[in-house]
Design a protein around this ligand. Structure first.
Ligand code: PMT
Length: 219
């Protein structure tokens, strides 16, 4: 076990995409690779935290020493996060969770017929909002925001609406930021509106900066 500024703290991270079933062979998903969240889990471990990593379907290896909980859908991720959150000091929700899911996934593979296909989508529960609004006095909750327009404004509004202690904004407009790659570029926004801009660097280095900011703010 590593000792560090987060020794004795329990931290939960969500990472990766969610897959929302259409039928037994098809789903609605997104391009999240899990790299950002897995890097955060590793940096938290390096700083002494006990880490639970709730991960959607990804193709990367978890850092040695985390407790890995594998999930597929947003509802499963919601249930997994909620079963541990009561015991956590810090939560970092970096997963790219689907906002909607097909209302009634088919039991059998949907056959090709006709020129178009329609299915109804219903909203998924918002994991981050739920843990933010039910936050315990000593819990520190970090969200992410992935935006394509009015970035700062939208991220600040998520920070307030979801009762967060910090939000990490990445914009798909920034080259080398966001899904898939090994780099990111983010802004860390605090409830007092302080914004720390972190230039393009590896997701591992960004993760280290996010963990340092959390350590600074919980002190
Ligand atoms: O996995 P990588 O390929 O490394 O890419 C990293 C990333 C781009 C996925 C990551 O850096 C990131 O931005 N994650 C959040 C993506 C996202 O879904 O953003 P959002 O603005 O839609 O959601 C806002 C926040 O609410 C996020 O913390 C999200 O985890 C959370 N959320 C959203 C919907 C929902 N139903 N439940 C949630 O908890």
């Amino acid at each position: 076990k590593i000792s560090g500024p987060l020794s004795g703290k329990k931290l939960i991270v969500s990472a990766g995409p969610t897959y929302e079933a259409i039928d037994p062979v098809r789903f609605i998903g997104n391009h999240s690779s899990g790299k950002m969240g897995y890097a955060i889990a590793e940096e938290a471990l390096k700083n002494g935290a006990e880490v639970i990593l709730v991960s959607g379907p990804v193709h990367i290896k978890p850092p040695i020493g985390v407790q890995l909980i594998k999930v597929t859908s947003a509802v499963e991720m919601y249930d997994a996060v909620h079963s541990y959150i009561g015991d956590m000091d810090i939560a970092v929700m970096s997963a790219a969770v689907a906002d909607y899911r097909p209302s009634a996934p088919a039991d059998e593979k949907i056959k090709k017929k006709g020129d178009s296909i329609q299915f109804e989508m219903v909203p998924n529960p918002d994991i981050l909002k739920s843990i933010g609004l039910n936050k315990k006095p000593n819990q520190f909750i970090v969200g992410f925001a992935l935006e394509t327009e009015n970035e700062l404004e939208n991220a600040k509004s998520k920070l307030i609406k979801k009762n967060l202690d910090l939000i990490v904004l990445n914009s798909l407009k920034d080259k080398g930021a966001g899904f898939g790659g090994d780099t990111n570029q983010v802004k860390l926004i605090e409830p007092n509106n302080k914004v720390t801009s972190i230039q393009l660097k590896s997701k591992q280095e960004i993760a280290a900066d996010i963990i340092s900011k959390i350590i600074e703010l919980i002190d």
